[in-house]
Design a protein around this ligand. Structure first.
Ligand code: CO8
Length: 257
């Protein structure tokens, strides 16, 4: 396995890849070097046929306390423009395998945005979410104004982005931003990933793609897209196997193709 400085990558269970943000002295503040490593690990897991679901987590104290403010503070417009700052901080949204964020502690600013780029968020009761950028004289830059608005609606998103106030795991769950609050958030995220990894990988990836289309297009186009993908799955071994296994009253053995 490659050696990283700011993350850890492991394979804790069959079919499951785990990435742990590991910059404890800065509460996992997100930096360009950290994202280079995260992108590398994500790409490797996405290519690896033995991995079918991913978990992204941080520490007990922090999922990530946002983008690295010390790295950003002296930058000028021309610096961030020329360097295409943040452009490669969203590769996580291009990954085909499902990614479950297991959030404990601070998920602020870019940390909240990174969690929202994942497919499922599970939160510990200790999780503290927020988009505090307004307090730094900036606005969210990793999709916060867009993904939070789609997740919780305009009024709440406006309140949260304009005041920068923190919000709790319980609030996030009641709004549907996180799927549930869990005392053992990493174990539960690994269990969800293990469950997903036990399904047909090709069907799982098709399902993820279809759900994501719901956020990008009209209902009519989305339903048409879903039907086309549904039709396409009749060309897979796993559709044959899944339906044969049902008819024969046995468990399917997936080819993942
Ligand atoms: N950047 C750099 N360093 C940080 C950050 C950060 N975001 N957060 C914490 N640290 C550092 C602290 O400076 C401190 O370092 P040191 O020991 O050298 O002084 C260390 O981590 C521990 O932090 P604290 O001593 O502050 O710990 P506390 O427990 O007292 O407080 C808080 C924890 C409340 C989380 C506090 O650290 C804090 O407010 N952090 C900043 C939160 C914030 O404003 N985040 C938003 C940043 S802007 C942003 O994210 C833009 C998004 C860009 C897009 C990203 C796309 C993915």
């Amino acid at each position: 396995a490659p050696q990283y400085n700011y993350i850890l990558a492991s394979r804790p269970a069959d079919g499951v890849g785990l990435i742990t943000l590991n910059r404890p002295k800065a509460l996992n503040a997100l930096s360009s070097p950290l994202f280079e490593e995260l992108n590398h690990a994500l790409a490797q897991f996405d290519e690896d046929d033995g991995v079918r679901a991913l978990v992204l987590t941080g520490s007990e104290k922090a999922f990530a306390a946002g983008a690295d403010i010390k790295e950003m503070k002296d930058k000028e417009y021309s610096d961030v423009f020329k360097a295409k700052f943040l452009e490669n901080w969203s590769l996580v949204t291009q990954i085909r395998k499902p990614i479950i964020a297991a959030v404990s502690g601070y998920a602020l600013g870019g940390g909240c945005e990174l969690a929202m780029m994942c497919d499922i968020i599970l939160a510990s009761p200790t999780a503290v979410f927020g988009q505090p950028e307004i307090n730094l004289g900036i606005i969210p830059g990793g999709g916060g104004t867009q993904r939070l608005t789609r997740a919780v609606g305009k009024s709440l998103a406006m309140e949260l982005v304009l005041t920068g106030r923190n919000f709790t795991a319980a609030e996030a769950a009641s709004w549907g931003l996180v799927s549930r609050v869990s005392e053992n958030v990493l174990d539960d995220a690994l269990a969800v990933a293990g469950n997903i990894a036990s399904k047909s990988a090709i069907a799982v990836q098709a399902a993820k793609e279809a759900v994501n289309i719901a956020l990008e297009t009209s209902l009519t186009e989305g339903v048409r897209y879903e039907r086309r993908v549904f039709h396409g799955l009749f060309a897979t071994k796993d559709q044959k196997e899944g339906m044969a296994a049902f008819a024969e009253k046995r468990k399917p053995t997936w080819a993942h193709s």
